[in-house]
Design a protein around this ligand. Structure first.
Ligand SMILES: [Zn+2]
Length: 184
């Protein structure tokens, strides 16, 4: 059975929008990104697991994942591998690119690197709940004229980094910590 035969039920089965070729590409490359991110398992704590892929004309021209000891973030590693091919490319990443510096952070913002590389589009699975990022990264990219898509694979990305997300949310929750601990 082809998923086209499923009509309105396909969203129920797949939980994702599979209506366009672009969204199918997004799904495919975000799955690869999530698998890449998982390679950092056991190395990145307390940082999140992040993988990034640079795609130009349907071809992967750069990839990277976050290794704590490597210091450089996944996006930067992927952009370095892509070199000038990153111009006009789409970057897939499982977590919102960071946009802050200082406060013990050892790397420059990935948003700056994405802008400098002149990428055309960024597709990320989910925003980063860290209050210093939390949508600011995506806003900065949009302001720079980069098209930004959030999702699909939001749930999978949150499950992959559930430990990180839980620690960020509970440590920043002021009104009712006990409630947050129940929820997460
Ligand atoms: Zn970063």
């Amino acid at each position: 059975m082809n998923y086209h035969d499923l009509g309105d039920w396909k969203d129920f089965f797949f939980g994702e929008d599979l209506n366009s070729v672009e969204s199918l590409h997004d799904l495919y490359f975000l799955d690869l990104t999530l698998a890449l991110a998982a390679k950092g398992e056991g190395q990145v704590k307390p940082n999140p697991l992040v993988g990034a892929i640079v795609v130009k004309n349907g071809i992967i021209v750069g990839q990277g994942f976050h290794r704590y000891e490597g210091v450089k973030h996944a996006e930067v590693l992927a952009l370095e591998e892509a070199g000038h091919l990153a111009i006009g490319a789409t970057v897939y990443v499982n977590l919102e690119p960071c946009c802050h510096r200082g406060g013990g952070k050892r790397t420059p913002p990935c948003c700056d690197a994405l802008m400098a590389a002149q990428v055309k589009r960024v597709v990320c699975c989910t925003t980063d709940p860290n209050p210093r990022v939390n949508g600011r990264g995506l806003a900065a990219l949009r302001e720079a004229g980069i098209a930004v898509t959030v999702g699909p694979r939001t749930s999978a990305a949150r499950i992959l980094n559930s430990e990180y997300i839980r620690s960020v949310i509970t440590s920043n929750a002021s009104p009712d910590l006990s409630l947050m601990q129940i929820l997460f």
